[in-house]
Design a protein around this ligand. Structure first.
Ligand code: NAG
Ligand code: NAG
Ligand code: NAG
Ligand code: NAG
Ligand code: NAG
Ligand code: NAG
Ligand code: NAG
Ligand code: NAG
Ligand code: NAG
Length: 822
């Protein structure tokens, strides 16, 4: 027996022991037939995260069955008998004879039931109820394990990661939150919160069914009406499109991160994060945050701005519908158009940094000009806006719930009669002069305040950070709250940067400096006061999320040095800000160069360049797997994590998910599958097993992508409907490898080398990890030291309609984080 096999058996035995232990302790998270949980008994989920039991809200004696956090029992996430309280503590929860989960009072009367019927009353189910570590209470059929009912599908007022909010676009049916009546009464209150998915999805709250607040359109990454989302990394939402059952939102569960979002009895949505150190819930974000966030505050064609007094004004070209009421501060009737539209000769007024109105109709488009032309050409279109992820948004009847954010947001173009733009128009000057005067005054005031602030800060901090020339001052500077108190985290001997320096270097993390978005946050280009260019990765700006990845990256990368790995220059941890600073890569990422079809740099990537990039990435991986003092598995190799320096040398980046192995350990498994669709090896994506060979798989996909110049996740062959890998396999195995190579670089002269590369790529993406070559073998193959290459087996995804996701995820670059309970 080789030591490796012995080790494997050892692990297997260990696993069996762990599993049997788990089986023993299972009793406590499950209610099975005949078991009665009497108040005040509770059951707890396996890892003791959630409990199911009876509780009493404050200022009452009523008892309710609920699910709450084991470490914070007053934080109730679900209530069973919210409308039918128990008057004393003689209640019990059990499975009834027909298999339903029921709450019984002292006289054995059912006060609440899961109310499942099995068609005919005669058939009886055998079921078990289990409280899971996600907070879900699941009723299963004992024999088959089928889920009969789950608490996640009937939420009360709280959503936790793993839960979904949804609306069935066909029937309109929602899975939504409903607030308590008041803090001591869980009965159905007047506020509900949910997802509106009929048009562009948005979150909303309703008061007795009337809109109370809305998040603005979801663009795939952020909600356009939540100002914070533009600059803070307010993660936690993912959209899943599902044609048959509507449009889902769900939050992704993460280990040791506890987040709740709830709607309270006065209609506020509150997001809280568990602070494990201080043992309390920190409020991260609330909505509505101010008067302007309240739906339709200024009526139709009105616009709200919290920085102004009064907060409401009519959009340009509109006047109050009722001058007298408006003057009294009653804005509900809104505004009306001053000059009727002529359809033919209209123009558009650009309103900058807006929360766009409700009822947008989307039209996918790549160019902003198309939105304008289309809107002009349709007389019922009264406004348009453009977002690069959504495309065009059009409005036709009314413009309601419009807000001026002031420094961030979407540009809204409102259609006005051409005469509104005439320069001889007296009324225009009439408006413009006071506006301009007050604007100048405000600007001067802000500038003075800002200058004083800079001066004061400058005195304290040694780096006086002279404002770079050409850095235009906008109100953006106030958008980012500089947090003064620093919560020190030991980040080793890393050079430290202050948040202030970095905010200044990136022009307050301005969108124009955005280089890209990684799995854990946006990356910005920055220029330090001394002129040095840097790349700044800003992790989750609030909550405890990403800390694990952040520390991981710091630990891994600060110990590594190789020309094919990106270099970490320093870090910054200030309160909730976690920022990493890298050397700046002028040629961005492989992703941008290779797949940005309009990118002029693409021409630079001729075959020789691509070949040397492939070799460079390989050498970087070899260093991680073999040559560094540590053995490191990257786990998230993909083009956006390969950066290119000024000489087009590839550098591997993003070590947030990397795993270090000590001694002779060489593989591991995880309950937490992290990685990106299209690059994950099948055994890792499906079973959570990872090893060097899962990196080799990702490298294989990368090789094929570099040759083809197309993304695996974006690739569809029109006639064959094959995935990229399937297509490579088909053409290579038919002896026509050259036609797989991207048009424009394919050449007979280099055919041999190209076909060899395809073959190496195919060897790397074989289904069985054992069949894949180790990275040093791959490098030997590339350099020609191994002349005769083995023949690859048909890749697993070749026949299917794609390793590309057909599973309904809207975002092809979705980074997957899934709890794997198997
Ligand atoms: C409970 O009652 C006390 C005293 O009347 C009051 O101060 C407290 O705010 C109440 N708590 C809640 C949650 O309503
Ligand atoms: C309720 O049912 C349990 C078990 O079936 C029984 O032991 C108990 O006596 C009953 N209580 C009442 C008040 O009927
Ligand atoms: C169960 O059904 C009963 C009778 O139809 C109804 O009164 C009760 O509200 C239902 N309970 C739940 C939790 O749906
Ligand atoms: C439920 O369990 C009982 C006892 O184990 C068994 O006799 C019965 O057939 C089961 N019923 C169903 C529907 O499976
Ligand atoms: C909560 O509502 C109930 C009735 O719905 C009322 O009796 C009670 O006084 C309210 N409690 C508070 C603290 O407002
Ligand atoms: C609901 O939350 C808002 C914002 O935090 C707060 O102002 C309000 O008092 C809360 N309502 C209740 C009833 O606690
Ligand atoms: C505002 O005006 C509307 C009708 O024009 C009226 O119904 C409403 O009560 C008024 N609101 C206030 C606060 O006066
Ligand atoms: C004009 O816009 C309206 C509303 O957006 C839409 O229903 C209609 O189909 C459009 N007409 C044309 C010709 O595009
Ligand atoms: C869509 O939702 C339905 C019902 O919830 C589910 O059965 C189906 O698997 C989902 N489809 C996809 C592609 O997720």
């Amino acid at each position: 027996m080789t030591p490796r096999i012995a080790q494997l058996i050892h692990k297997l035995i260990l696993l069996l022991i762990i599993q049997s232990v788990a089986c023993l302790s299972r009793e406590e998270d499950t209610i099975s037939a005949g078991v009665v949980i009497k108040d005040p008994q509770t059951i707890a989920s396996q890892k003791q995260i959630y409990k199911l039991g009876f509780f009493t809200p404050p200022n009452t004696t009523n008892r309710y069955l609920g699910i709450f956090f084991a470490f914070s029992e007053e934080t109730v996430i679900w209530v069973a008998n919210r409308d039918t309280p128990l008057k004393d503590s003689s209640g019990a929860v059990a499975l009834s004879r027909d298999g339903n989960l029921v709450v019984l009072d002292g006289t054995n009367q059912t006060v609440w039931s899961t109310n499942l019927t099995t068609g005919t009353t005669s058939s009886v189910m055998n079921s078990t109820a289990q409280i899971l570590d996600t907070g879900n209470l699941v009723l299963r059929e004992e024999a088959t394990g089928d889920v009969l009912w789950e608490s996640f599908s009937e939420p009360t007022d709280v959503i936790v990661p793993g839960m979904t909010l949804s609306q069935n676009v066909k029937t309109g049916k929602m899975v939504a939150l409903s607030a308590w009546k008041n803090a001591s009464d869980p009965e159905l209150g007047s506020f509900t919160a949910g997802l509106e998915a009929q048009s562009i999805p948005q979150l909303a709250t309703w008061d007795e069914g009337r809109p109370h607040w809305r998040s603005g359109p979801w663009n795939g990454l952020i909600f356009l009406g939540i100002k914070e989302m533009f600059y803070a990394y307010l993660d936690g939402f993912t959209q899943v499109k599902n044609d048959s059952a509507g449009n889902f939102f769900y939050t992704k569960p993460q280990e040791n991160v506890y987040i709740t979002a709830s709607v309270n009895s006065t209609g506020s949505v509150i997001r809280k994060v568990w602070n494990g150190v201080a043992k309390r819930w920190d409020v991260g974000w609330t909505a509505p945050e101010n008067e302007c966030d309240v739906y339709g505050k200024c009526g139709a064609f009105g616009s709200c701005n919290v920085m102004q007094s009064p907060i409401c004004s009519c959009l340009r070209g509109f006047e109050p519908a009722n001058e007298e009421e408006w003057g009294r501060g009653n804005w509900t009737n809104g505004c009306r158009r001053r000059k009727q539209l002529q359809c033919g000769g209209d123009g558009f007024e650009r309103l900058r940094y807006m929360k766009v109105p409700d009822f947008a109709q989307p039209l996918p488009s790549r160019v902003q000009d198309e939105c304008r032309t289309r809107c002009l050409g349709n007389c019922s279109c009264i406004a348009y806006a453009y977002d690069s992820y959504i495309g065009c948004m059009f409005w036709s009847n009314t413009l309601i719930d419009t807000q001026e954010f002031g420094s961030i947001g979407v540009d809204l173009y409102v259609r006005l009669s051409a005469s509104e733009f005439g320069s001889r128009d007296g009324t225009k000057l009439y408006i413009i002069i006071p506006v301009a005067v007050s604007f100048v005054c405000i600007s001067v005031m802000i500038f003075v305040a800002w200058w004083l602030m800079v001066k004061r800060k400058g005195d304290k901090v040694k780096d006086t950070s002279i404002v770079e020339a050409g850095q235009t001052f906008t109100t953006d500077s106030t958008a980012i709250v500089l947090r003064n108190e620093t919560k020190e985290v030991n980040i080793g001997e890393l050079p430290k940067f202050t948040f202030e320096m970095l905010a200044k270097a990136t022009n307050q993390f301005h969108e124009d400096n955005l280089l890209g978005r990684g799995g854990f946050g946006p990356v910005y280009k920055g220029i330090l006061a001394n002129g040095k260019e840097i790349a700044v990765k800003r992790l989750s700006a609030e909550s405890g999320q990403g800390m694990q990845e952040f520390m991981n990256e710091v630990i891994v990368i600060s110990k590594l040095q190789h020309r094919n790995l990106v270099k970490l220059l320093g870090g910054c941890v200030e309160n909730e800000e976690k920022i990493l600073i890298y050397e700046y890569m002028p040629n961005k990422s492989l992703d941008a160069c290779l797949f940005g079809s309009t990118n002029p740099t693409k021409k630079v990537l001729d075959w020789n360049m691509r070949y040397s990039i492939i070799e460079g990435i390989g050498r970087g991986i070899l260093y991680l797997h073999r040559d560094s003092r540590l053995k490191i598995i990257h786990r998230d190799l993909k083009p956006s994590n390969v950066l290119l320096d000024q000489d087009w040398n590839p550098k591997i980046s993003d070590f947030g998910m990397a795993r270090i192995f000590g001694g002779n350990e060489d593989h591991g498994s995880t309950a937490r599958v992290v990685g990106t669709y299209g690059y994950m090896a099948p055994e890792y994506g499906m079973e959570g097993r990872f090893s060097e060979k899962s990196d080799v798989y990702s490298f294989g996909v990368l090789i094929l992508e570099i040759i083809k110049g197309k993304k695996n996740t974006h690739y569809f062959n029109d006639e064959l409907s094959l995935s990229l890998i399937g297509c490579a396999w088909k053409m290579w195995s038919e002896g026509d490898g050259l036609s797989f190579v991207e048009e424009g670089i394919a050449s007979r002269e280099t055919e041999e080398e190209m076909v060899k590369c395809i073959q190496i790529g195919l060897l790397c993406v074989q289904e069985s990890p054992n069949n894949r070559p180790a990275i040093q073998t791959v490098l030997s193959m590339l350099s020609g030291e191994i002349g005769e290459l083995p023949l690859p087996k048909q890749p697993v995804f070749a026949e299917q309609n794609g390793s590309t996701n057909q599973n309904g995820y809207s975002n092809n670059e979705l980074t997957l984080t899934a709890l794997d309970g198997r």
